[in-house]
Write a protein that binds this ligand. Structure first.
Ligand code: NAD
Length: 249
C-alpha cells in the first residue's frame, strides 16, 4: 500500500520543479493528482510523464475564474480533496531602490492572494482530516538582498499557515508550510543571467547552505509527502524547513 492510496491531491504549479517532483511522488504513493499551471504545453508534457493517475487543468492562481474552473474539475471527479499543495509561486527580484509598484503587486498577487484564494476555494472540497501544504521559502527569514518583496510574501504565508491551522482544526484539517532552501528547479535556474551561468549560480547558492549544495526537487518532495500523509497526523501549523541547515545551523 502506498502512503496516499485512494487519495485525491491537487498541486498548483505542478508542471515544473518542486510541484512536478511532488506530483510524481504522490502518484507513486497511490494518489490521483490534479496539477495546475499557466502554460498548456508544459502541463501537457507533465501530465503525459505522470501517466493515467494525473489530470492537468490549466489555471493561473491569480485569476479567480481560473481557480473556479480548477476546482470544478476536482468536484466533477466526485471524491473530494484529501491533499492540497498550494505551491505555485514566483515573482520579482529587485532591491528596494529598483522595485516598481507593478513588481510589488505582481509578486503579492501570485504568492499571497493566489495562495489565499486557492485554499479558500478548496475548503468545500476538503475531506475531514485533509492536509493543506503551502510553499514558503528560507528567504523569508534570511534578509537576502533583492529578495525583499518575494521574501515578504513567503513570510506572510507562514503567518497564514498558523492562522488556518487553528481555523480548520475543528474539521481535522491540518495546515503546514514546506520551507525549501535553494532547490535546483527551472525556476531557480531562470535567475541565472544565461545557461552558461547556471553552474555558477547553483555554486553561489550552495555556499550559504551548511550541507554544501542546493536541494534536488525529490528531496523537497519527500518532505511534502511527510506533511501530506498520515505520518504527520499530529503536525499542524508548523513550518518544515528542508534547507540543508540554511536557516538554523
Ligand atoms: P518552477 O518555476 O520550476 O515551477 C513553478 C511552477 O509554478 C511552474 O509550473 C509555473 O508555471 C507555475 N506557476 C507560476 N506562477 C503561477 C501562477 N500564477 N499560477 C499557476 N501556476 C503558476 O519553480 P519552483 O522553483 O519549483 O517553485 C515552486 C515553489 O517553490 C514556488 O512557490 C517557489 O517560490 C518556491 N520555492 C522555490 C525555491 C527554489 O530554490 N527553487 C526555494 C524556496 C521556495
Amino acid at each position: 500500500m502506498g502512503q496516499l492510496e485512494n487519495k485525491t491531491a491537487l498541486i498548483t504549479g505542478g508542471a515544473s520543479g518542486i510541484g512536478l517532483a511532488t506530483a510524481r511522488r504522490f502518484v507513486a504513493e497511490g494518489a490521483h493528482v490534479f496539477i495546475t499551471g499557466r502554460r498548456q504545453a508544459e502541463l501537457d508534457q507533465a501530465a503525459q510523464s505522470l501517466g493515467p493517475n494525473a489530470t492537468a487543468v490549466r489555471g493561473d492562481v491569480s485569476d479567480l475564474g481560473d481557480l473556479d474552473r480548477v476546482f470544478d474539475a476536482v468536484r466533477e471527479r466526485g471524491r473530494g480533496l484529501d491533499v492540497l499543495f498550494a505551491n505555485a509561486g514566483g515573482g520579482a527580484y529587485a532591491t528596494l531602490e529598483d522595485l516598481t509598484p507593478e513588481e510589488f503587486d505582481q509578486t503579492f498577487t501570485i504568492n499571497v492572494r493566489g495562495t489565499v484564494f486557492t485554499v479558500q476555494k478548496a475548503l468545500p472540497l476538503l475531506t475531514e482530516g485533509a492536509s493543506v501544504i503551502v510553499t514558503g521559502s528560507t528567504t523569508a527569514s534570511k534578509g537576502v538582498p533583492a529578495f525583499g518583496v518575494y521574501a515578504a510574501t513567503k513570510a506572510a504565508l507562514g503567518s497564514f499557515t498558523r492562522t488556518w491551522a487553528g481555523e480548520l482544526s475543528g474539521r481535522g484539517i491540518r495546515v503546514n508550510a514546506i520551507v525549501p532552501g535553494p532547490t535546483d528547479t527551472p525556476g531557480l535556474r531562470g535567475l541565472a543571467a544565461g545557461p552558461e551561468h547556471v553552474a555558477q549560480l547553483l555554486g553561489q547558492m550552495a555556499q550559504g547552505v551548511p550541507l554544501g549544495r542546493v536541494a534536488a526537487t525529490d528531496e523537497i518532495a519527500s518532505a511534502v509527502l511527510f506533511l501530506a500523509s498520515d505520518q504527520s497526523s499530529f503536525v499542524t501549523g508548523s513550518e518544515l524547513f528542508a534547507d540543508g541547515g540554511e536557516v538554523h545551523v
